[in-house]
Design a protein around this ligand. Structure first.
Ligand code: S3P
Length: 169
């Protein structure tokens, strides 16, 4: 593998509810790599929750913060990064991720995502199943294009997906 800008991060991308954070956190624990979540970094930078950022600054404000957060990761090494589901909406983000490391797309079903979202409840960004379906269709090709590796998570257990991703570490 090429050491990209000395960073060598692994970015997990995919639709909300795909399990990016859980996977990245667990792999981080197993392989002693630091784990970060772009949503939490955005909240920390803004000093407020994602839902408040959306309410007060709109999606554009949120996306601008997301890009700032990605840029800030250049000063760090070997992170496992769980990315917000909309990270691929900003072309600059895709460039930044490729400059700093590798993108792993957790490719799942919309229905599984919806089930997961419903069970989590605290999803202020989640408006309706119809809206989610539109986003899903729009983003699937963007994730696929951005991905260095696509992991099909349909019908796979968490252990199976982890095992596949662990091959990268
Ligand atoms: C978003 C997904 C969320 C979060 C924000 C917007 C989206 O991240 O970044 O609410 O546009 O799909 P997760 O995919 O980590 O839930």
């Amino acid at each position: 593998r090429v050491d990209k800008r000395g960073c060598d991060h692994i970015f997990f991308i995919g639709f909300l509810g795909a399990g990016k954070s859980t996977l990245a956190r667990n792999l981080g624990g197993l392989f002693h790599r630091r784990f970060v979540d772009t949503d939490r970094l955005v909240e920390r930078r803004a000093g407020k929750s994602i839902s408040r950022i959306f309410a007060e600054e709109g999606e554009a404000g949120f996306r601008a913060l997301e890009t700032e957060v990605l840029r800030s990761l250049e000063s760090q090494r070997s992170l496992l990064v769980s990315c917000g589901g909309g990270i691929v909406e900003t072309p600059e983000n895709i460039e930044l991720m490729h400059e700093m490391g590798y993108c792993v797309y957790l490719d799942g079903d919309l229905d599984d995502s919806l089930r997961q979202i419903r069970s989590l409840k605290n999803r202020p960004d989640f408006r309706s199943p119809e809206h989610a379906e539109r986003l899903f269709r729009h983003r699937a090709p963007l994730y696929r294009q951005a991905a260095d590796l696509t992991v099909d998570i349909r019908g796979r257990t968490f252990e199976e997906v982890s095992y596949r991703c662990a091959g990268l570490l």
